[in-house]
Design a protein around this ligand. Structure first.
Ligand code: DX5
Ligand code: ZN
Length: 286
């Protein structure tokens, strides 16, 4: 056990990039769970202050050496929630790449939607689709375990009310989910710069979170441009007022994960709208 501790200690004492550190923590926490150790790894699992972002080159699960892809994720917020499973399946059958599930707690935003029990029911009906929960909640840490249990793949939370973003990120990863960092229109993208290397995706809100059907805020595009320029392989998501009329602007700025609510859910031909938007994003990815 001592050599393991020493190796980890030496590694963390050196200049490890944070994603590697996150992976290491993930592995050591698994190790601790499966083997009774007389030696605690407190020194190595204690989070150092987040460092400045740096190029990410390790082969851990966060590695960003894969080419980014165009993904369209309908928001079911304005769908018929009484028929959520059927509405969601219809969107997937019409080509949606993932489902964007808007979770609101009535505190972080002035609206209330649904929580993990409903997500779990949806998962029981839809086994294979990729689920993102957009956590518009005051305390995202509180919902990590139940959302993981409900079968969520990507847990995207707002950084604004969170004191320790590194800790929440680590807990999400340890629960087996990917991590998205979301920012409201009033939050500068530089405020999350130091966390980008430990996340899987950044969500730039293009409306004030809380309600579907609002007007797209084109003045958020410089944030997307800045992210794409500085993080060519980062998954960048936009959410709010995105549809056929605004997709070009988002894609041109560099967004590749596209949330679209009313424009898709209310479309006469969902397949056409989803396909057209994905084509626009693909065109700019080339
Ligand atoms: C707003 C939500 C969005 C929204 C998207 O707070 O996070 O996901 O419902 O819907 P549209 O595309 O209608 O703005
Ligand atoms: Zn959303």
């Amino acid at each position: 056990m001592y050599p393991i501790f020493s190796a980890i200690h030496v590694l963390t004492s050196r200049d490890l990039c944070r994603p590697r550190l996150a992976c290491l923590r993930f592995k050591t926490s698994k190790f601790r769970a499966s083997a009774p150790l007389s030696l605690t790894l407190t020194d190595t699992t204690a989070l150092p202050p987040c460092q400045e972002a740096r190029p990410h080159s390790c082969a851990c699960k966060n590695a960003r050496n894969m080419p980014i892809q165009a993904k369209i994720g309908p928001s079911i917020l304005n769908a018929d929630l009484a028929n959520l499973a059927a509405e969601s399946q219809k969107l997937l059958d019409n080509g949606a790449d993932y489902l964007h599930l808007d979770v609101m707690d009535g505190t972080f935003v002035p609206n209330l939607t649904f929580g993990h029990p409903m997500v779990k029911c949806l998962r029981n009906n839809i086994k294979k689709a990729f689920f993102e929960t957009h956590m518009m909640v005051q305390n995202p840490e509180q919902w990590i375990a139940p959302m993981a249990d409900a079968g969520v793949n990507l847990y995207t939370f707002h950084v604004e009310p969170v004191e320790d973003v590194c800790k929440v990120t680590r807990l999400i990863q340890e629960a087996g989910m990917k991590v998205g960092l979301a920012i409201k229109p009033g939050t500068k993208v530089q405020e999350i710069e130091k966390y980008i290397d430990i996340a899987d995706l950044v969500l730039v809100m293009t409306v004030e979170p809380g309600f579907g059907g609002q007007s797209f805020m084109a003045d958020m595009m410089p944030k997307v441009e800045w992210l794409r320029t500085n993080y060519p392989n980062l998954d960048i998501e936009v959410d709010g007022g995105v549809g056929p009329k605004t997709i070009d602007c988002c894609a041109k700025a560099g967004a590749n994960w596209i949330v679209s609510g009313t424009a898709v859910v209310g479309a006469a031909d969902q397949r056409q709208v989803i396909g057209d938007m994905r084509d626009v994003v693909k065109r700019y990815l080339k």
